[in-house]
Design a protein around this ligand. Sequence first.
Ligand code: NDP
Length: 326
Amino acid sequence: TTVLVTGANGFVATWVIDNLLQRGYSIRAAVRTEAKGQYLLEQFNSYGAKIELAVVGDIAKETAFDDAVKNVDGVVHTASPVHLGGGEPNEMIEPAVNGTLGILKSALKFGNNMKRIVITSSCAAVKESGLIKSGIDETNWNEASILECEQKGKNANPLAMYSASKTIAEKRAWEFVAEHTSERQWDLVVITPPWIFGPPLHEVTSLEALNSSNMYWYQAVFEGNYFGQNPENDPDHGWVDVRDTAEAHARALERPAAGGERIIVCAGSPWVWQDLRDVSKGIQPKIRSTGTTFNVTKEHRLLDLQYKSLKECTDDILAYIAKKGW
Ligand code: NDP
């Protein structure tokens, strides 16, 4: 059984690949360039021919995956721009939407063996920024981020740009599968994780090159700030360990009942960034009675994950950083 994993050199995807290889799958790893895949091949070389590269170029080009989907049984689509650097909203929205629609279109045309497509969306597509509410579930959509980008353009908050890119991409995906029900023999599962932290398995050449979410973790823990704010005062939404995120994708791929479902995967909420600092120093974080919480009933029913604790996640990142000498 072969699974196509997109954004294969990324933080989440590398753990997904590790998980799927251990389960016995063969992996076709989609990367932007040949060079971006070399580290993956070296890293997983003990699996021999069970991992191969598919060079797909820029995913903003809708035909990018036409060849990559041929003869694979499933897809885990993680590729999407992940940063809060601002710019024009479309610089994020376009690759996110085209990449997501592109994989579905390619699967429809050329996915001769396709059975299931799992897409990594985000709680940024579920919950709007600033909304503090308990028990947010999969029926929620971050419409506010789309509106903000429409109204403010390049002056929109960078978080709204990222959130809009994820929200629009996911909405279009569900629309697409609904429109093509009779033509497809595969189904869709969408995983929406909140902040994902954990020790990187992907190639990180320097601290500056760390993936975005771990970079925010690093800034909170070592520099005591989060977007220039006091980490004590900023109630954020949930978090989850990257290895549990990978396991969620693997189970989403395998479990028949997950088909057609949008699933929130969240280990902990509510929390503030100070909690990361506290845990990193061996201090028990305060119990937070207010803040956003997610309802993970559906995840428990369909995926039944056992989540790593914030301490385990934190300790493993600290060990990684110590090893790197940063
Ligand atoms: P990374 O930045 O580590 O990985 C993103 C991957 O997407 C990279 O392989 C990148 O390739 C690829 N990619 C992005 N834009 C393009 C493009 N235009 N053309 C080709 N490839 C592209 O991010 P993560 O692993 O953290 O994120 C993976 C997924 O998980 C994303 O969909 C993200 O939205 C979602 N997610 C992440 C969370 C987090 O906290 N990290 C939280 C919730 C969801 P390249 O290296 O060549 O740029």
